[in-house]
Design a protein around this ligand. Sequence first.
Ligand SMILES: [Zn+2]
Ligand SMILES: [Zn+2]
Length: 199
Amino acid sequence: MSHFSYIDAFPNPQYCIEIADLPTKDGEQARYDFCGIDLGKLALGTVRIADQAMDIGVDVQRLLDGFLVKITTPISIAGECPQCLEEYEYELVEPEEFTEMVFFPEVVEELVAEGDKEATDLPVLIDNKIYLDPLLCDSYILFLSGLDPNCEPDCPGLCSECGQPWRDLPDDHKHEQLDPRFAALDGLWEDLNNQNDHA
Ligand SMILES: [Zn+2]
Ligand SMILES: [Zn+2]
């Protein structure tokens, strides 16, 4: 069992690279391809990763303290616009690149021993493997957090009176304002009713 908090959120990681398959010399690199990666539902608020099965490339370089992992992934985004409530979906033109350092456990143990409590959150090799699930999930969620959740930057939203999307309404769309004096009377009438109810 690992005592590192970083893996706790992923009790059943599926995708990994064994140390036996990783570069053995400092500075050496290798490339790994994973097809049909499925991480389940990745969402933040109203936006989510739409891909069900992703093909990703993983470039790994061995360094003194661990492995530098560069993940190249296509990304499709889906969401419900919080302004107009419409569903949208789009794919990024260019694949996204995430880079993360995965440390040897003894490096992190040393940092913790030196009093760096936050070091327990650093990615580490678990059972001599680089697990991609936590790296990917963290990276995708961080990516989602940087997105505009609206369907377009200046989404006009909904009419506050009738709830119709402004983009479907004519420019001169408006609702008759109730005469404020009648509105006041309405309020009075309601108050009287409430008093009668409680009498
Ligand atoms: Zn919208
Ligand atoms: Zn309206």
